[in-house]
Design a protein around this ligand. Structure first.
Ligand SMILES: Cc1cc2nc3c(=O)[nH]c(=O)nc-3n(C[C@H](O)[C@H](O)[C@H](O)COP(=O)(O)OP(=O)(O)OC[C@H]3O[C@@H](n4cnc5c(N)ncnc54)[C@H](O)[C@@H]3O)c2cc1C
Length: 301
């Protein structure tokens, strides 16, 4: 069987960037992607220099197009379903939804994360008028009447203070949670209203929020806002392959993508199980790819 130098799982900014570096380093690699990137619903991505306002799908297509220049890079539009390692982590056998099996010396996990919302209906507005990252979408929401929906005091305070930079017209919704008197006072000092009533429904059209209905029967007119989701990895590849995690669930690395397990590297949001950005994820992919190439070079020289 043909043994690849590296398999990159995930074609978001981290995996695309890793693949580009490895292709340019003449490494024989296979990139897998199944179009489940976290930002699929987004209208425009912001803050990636030279690509401010780009649609996520266009970003991915441009990345894949750039890879076509490098003959040692292959791409499969498929889901990786299983990774089996041999004794000593010398080889990995990778199964994918296209029915093919691949063998590789090294693996970069770049599969991203996803979010869940405890409030029904948020997803309908997510990426159009409700967002999680002010650096990504704050500018477009500037000076608008916004909500901050957060069910933990820590998140409610942090997110609200950050969003206040973009709009001072804020109402904080805690969906049934009561903030501490100190926490509430911090927000009220800036004339920010706090509503702790449980949320019944979010109402709007075509993803654009118009109002929020509470269990009490009250309603609040708002055109958008920010939410604090819970994030999770959609697979357990790192755990199953034996990579060490810290107490917060972050995969331990050397800072440049090497995990505790030989020949297994990690890049992008999946490493820390935390949201970041296109630019930071791409940079992490770049770092992990350089680590892969350095290790291949030294092992074979
Ligand atoms: C609503 C919203 C708006 C955002 N706006 C911005 C913005 O304006 N600017 C910005 O910088 N960031 C923005 N982000 C954040 C940005 O999307 C992420 O930081 C970035 O996509 C993370 O990159 P990643 O490569 O780690 O993961 P992802 O981009 O999520 O990519 C992971 C890839 O792995 C693939 N994959 C997963 N599992 C498998 C598998 N088993 N087999 C094969 N493929 C697999 C998926 O198909 C996916 O393409 C936004 C996010 C959201 C949700």
């Amino acid at each position: 069987m043909n043994v690849l130098d590296c398999i990159v799982i995930g074609g978001g900014p981290s995996g695309l960037s890793a693949s580009l570096i490895l292709g340019r380093a003449r490494r024989k690699i296979m990139l897998f992607d199944d179009d489940t990137n976290r930002n699929t619903m987004t209208q425009e991505s912001h803050g990636f220099i030279t690509r401010d306002g780009i649609k996520p799908q266009e970003f991915k297509e441009l990345g894949l197009k750039e890879l076509e220049k490098y003959p040692s890079v292959s791409f499969a539009h498929a889901t990786v379903t299983e990774i089996i390692k041999d004794k000593g982590n010398e080889k990995f056998f990778v199964k994918a939804s296209n029915g093919q099996e691949y063998v590789t010396e090294k693996i970069i996990l770049a599969t991203g994360i996803q979010e869940v919302f405890s409030i029904q209906g948020i997803r309908e507005f997510y990426g159009k008028s409700l967002f999680s990252c002010p650096y990504c979408d704050g500018w477009e929401q500037r000076d608008k009447p916004l909500v901050v929906i957060a069910e933990k005091e820590k998140h409610a305070l942090h997110l609200t203070k950050v969003i206040y930079n973009w709009s001072e017209d804020l109402v904080v919704l805690t969906n049934g949670i009561t903030l501490s008197p100190e926490g509430a006072a911090e927000l009220q000092r800036r004339n920010i209203k706090i509503i702790s009533d449980p949320i019944k429904n979010l109402i709007g059209e075509d993803g654009y929020l118009q109002k929020i209905e509470f269990e009490t029967g009250e309603t609040l007119l708002r055109s958008g806002g920010f939410v604090a989701p819970i994030y999770y990895r959609t697979n357990q590849f790192a755990e199953k392959l034996g990579c060490e995690l810290d107490e917060d669930g972050k995969v331990k690395t050397d800072g440049v993508g090497r995990t505790s397990e030989k020949n297994i590297y990690i890049a992008g949001e999946t490493e820390r199980n935390r949201p970041s950005s296109l630019m930071i994820s791409a940079a992490k992919g770049n770092k992990a790819a350089v680590s892969v190439n350095t290790d291949l070079t030294m092992e074979r020289f």
